[in-house]
Each structure stands twice: as C-alpha cells, then as structure tokens.
Design a protein around this ligand. Sequence first.
Ligand code: BDR
Ligand code: CA
Length: 317
Amino acid sequence: TIKVIFDTDPGVDDAMALLFLHRAPQVEIVGVTTTFGNGRIDTTTWNALYLTERFGIDAPVASGPAAPLVGPAPPPTDFVHGANGLGDIPLPATLRRKADPRPAHRFIIDTVRAHPGEITIVAVGRMTNLALALREDPAIAGLVREIVIMGGAFGHNGFHGNVTPVAEANIHGDPLAADEVFGGIWRITVVGLDVTQRTQMTTDYLRALARDGGEAGRFIWDITRFYVAFHHAAGVADMFVHDSSAVAYLIDPSLFTTRRGSIRVVTDGIATGQTMLKPDEYNFPPGPWDDRPSHAVCIDVDTARLLSLYRDTITAA
Ligand code: BDR
Ligand code: CA
C-alpha cells in the first residue's frame, strides 16, 4: 500500500478526495494535515477531525497555521464551499477527536523521517505546510516518495486561473510557499486546472453515487448541493473535479499525460499566483527558471476513466 499524508482544506472537494483515498485499497492514510483556504484554519481542521471521525479514518489530524508565509489570513472561500466549508449541511456540535498537538509541518517532518522513502504527500490546499516543513528540515525532500499537488494552471486546454485571470486558488493563497515547494528537489507531479476543469461530475453521476455509494455516496450528494449551485451560478454546466483528480493520479497515473519542466510562481504584482512551466526541452536566455528542479505537470486526462475510477472506488462493497 501507499502511505499517504493528505494536506487539505476541507472543503467540499477535499472531503470527496479524502473519501476517495479512504476507500482506495492501494492507500493507507497515515495523517491528515490542514491548511487555511476553503475555510479559516479552525474550520478546516474541525472538518478534517469530523470527517475522520465520521468515516472511521484512523489517522491523526494536525493543524497548519492560519495565514500564509507572508501577510494576513485571507478571507475563506465560503461562497464556494459554504460558511461551514462542507456545503452548509448540519454538523454535530461536538467531536470526540482532538487534533495532534504538533503543528502540521512538524507532523510531516516526523512522519517522513519515521518512514524514509515511503511517504507520499497529496497536497490539495495552500502549500504553506510543505514550505514550512522544507524550511525547517530541507533533507526531507530526499526522503519523501512523491508529492502530488492540486494547484496551478499552466494554460493547457485554455485554463489559466480561477481566482484571477492567471492564478489558481491554492497557489494564489500562498504564492511564496508554492514557489519554495516547486524549488525543492523532491519528486512533484502537479495536477492543475488544465486537467481538473476538464473533468466534471454531472448531477446524474452524483445521483448514482448517492444511490450506490452507501453512507459516503449520500454524504457526497449532500455536501455538493451548495458547491454545484456555485458552479451553476458561475455558468459552469456541471461540477469540476479538483482535489479528487490528484488522488486519481496517485492511484492510476496512466490516466494523465504529463510534461516536464521547472516551475516558478509569481509572488507579487498583478500576476501574483501565476504558475509558469519552463519545459525541459526549451532553451531560453538565462532567467529565473534556471537551476530549478524538473517536475511533472499534467496536461491531459482521460476524463471517462477517471470518473469510472472514482465511482467504482466509492461504490465498491
Ligand atoms: C482548489 O481550491 C480549493 O477551493 C479547492 O478545494 C481546490 O483544492 C481549486 O482551485
Ligand atoms: Ca482543496
């Protein structure tokens, strides 16, 4: 099995991705670390504890900081995920589970060092925790098995940004963290809007999950009502599959076509949060993309097979 730390800001699509990981027989979730983003940090951490408790996911939850590496905590994207981050479904008043006492980045370092070469990090929120872990213990870059990131937009398939014309939310929420993470010599695959916005779940698809997917399927139906309404109001026909696409890459990389190169993130100015890929085979005059590690960026996806994989995993007996 693949040991996974899930770094996340639940978040409707984060919750769907967590259930995908939980039900995938190839995966063992060894920890959940939280970032601000779809809610404030207290909200996303509470939601992570709630989800692990409710679905019997036997993994510690460790909270990240409330704000990016630089600057104040940004407002949560509650207009996408609801005020409670889970589509405003009713939630219990109290939980039995408590967060791990360590900050998220410390949990990541400890877990990676306890299992050298074995830990995959699926990061689907702001990249603050990964950047802090790398700053505090740079040697972990060589000890992580792989990092799969949902974030960014590289202009393939016409997709450039979702919070600004050029910036995707997870990168825009902490651009400096993302730039530092992409500068690390760990093995990274990026699953950005280029592929996540190509894949959409229709209402019929979600209804079938609710019918055939037991408690998880009904829960997904409930939390996606608010999220689908947001998509419709934005003129999107169905519902994008962001964070679960990163999980799909982990389970079956053959669903994706990738391109390799170095990645930089714009950290200020009007293009802040923009991700730039300098393909390995291109030669530019010397610039800020030189002397950077090469990573893989997903540029195409087999949408039908991805949707089948998600459905089959959630509905498996
Ligand atoms: C990303 O931003 C968050 O709102 C989603 O959960 C996803 O991780 C999409 O841009
Ligand atoms: Ca997310």
